[in-house]
Design a protein around this ligand. Structure first.
Ligand code: NAD
Length: 252
């Protein structure tokens, strides 16, 4: 028996066309799941096509997540494609905005909180409504090291990711007894476009590298093991955890 096998499982990956989201999506289908990727833009389709060509079952559903009606509609469309059930939900859509705290525009604050926190909560609700009657499922939110630290110039992101950690625990408390494992992955400093500003700032870059015990930035590939674990029977008694995938950063 392979407790990490996801054959026959149906997954919805919100933001699965993003740098980390794509790796999480790949991890699920490589482990046997069928998936729908929800997102916007050409990449949503091109990534579905790329994985379909490799023989995996992946379909795209388009949604502009700033529009709450589209969030609900996209979930319904995804469910239809998956035959009316979802076993695994991954919330990997996210945005970043950087300004000094005292100058941080409220419009950016609203955008970050909406996408990073509210949209994730809504997809969790929609997934749970499908999962609870059939005995359970797995929900994986994407937190951050900034769920633990405040960072600099990213107050909205810090509030949203602190919120994701607390939301994960709150949902877990109510849904663990209903068979849903709600957990989060907290990626560390990852070599992705979200971090271009930090990677290109040689001072910050060397400060960050000096603190990572593995002495390297993380990659999408590094997300795969934790994703399969939290999507599979292997995590059946793991609830409300914020699992760092950070090369040891938090332990310093
Ligand atoms: N990249 C990192 O270093 C890092 C570190 C810690 C946590 N995270 C978190 O991991 C998650 C994934 O990050 P990523 O690096 O893959 O980011 P990314 O920018 O590559 O991907 C984010 C995805 O969200 C989608 N998205 C954003 N706003 C949207 C909207 N309004 N409508 C539809 N889709 C929208 C984007 O199209 C994209 O596919 C995010 O929650 C992020 O905060 C990333």
């Amino acid at each position: 028996m392979n407790m990490f096998d996801l054959t026959g499982k149906k997954a919805i990956v919100v933001g699965g066309a993003g740098d980390l989201g794509k790796s999480m999506l790949e991890a699920l289908v490589e482990a046997g799941a069928e998936a729908v990727v929800i997102g916007r833009g050409e990449r949503t389709k091109s990534i579905s096509d790329e994985l379909s060509k490799k023989g995996y079952k992946v379909n795209p559903v388009y949604a502009e997540l700033t529009d709450r009606a589209q969030v609900d509609k996209s979930f319904e469309e995804a469910l239809n494609i998956l035959g009316g059930k979802v076993d695994i939900l991954v919330n990997a859509a996210g945005i970043q905005r950087r300004h000094k705290c005292e100058e941080f525009p409220l419009s950016d604050w609203d955008d970050v909180l909406e996408i990073n926190l509210t949209v994730s909560f809504r997809y969790c609700q929609l997934a749970a409504l499908n999962m609870i009657p059939k005995g359970g499922g797995k929900i994986i939110n994407v937190a951050s090291l900034i769920s633990f630290f405040g960072g600099y110039t990213i107050p909205a992101y810090a509030a949203s990711k602190g919120g994701i950690a607390q939301l994960t625990k709150a949902l877990s408390n109510e849904w663990a007894g209903k068979g849903i494992n709600v957990n989060a992955i907290a990626p560390g400093y990852m070599d992705t476009k979200m971090n271009v500003a930090l990677i290109n700032d040689s001072g910050r870059n060397s400060e960050i590298l000096a603190r990572i015990p593995q002495h390297r930035w993380g990659t999408g590939e590094d997300m795969k093991g934790a994703t399969v674990f939290l999507a599979s029977d292997a995590c059946s008694y793991v609830n409300g955890v914020i699992l760092p995938v950070d090369g040891g950063y938090l332990g310093r």
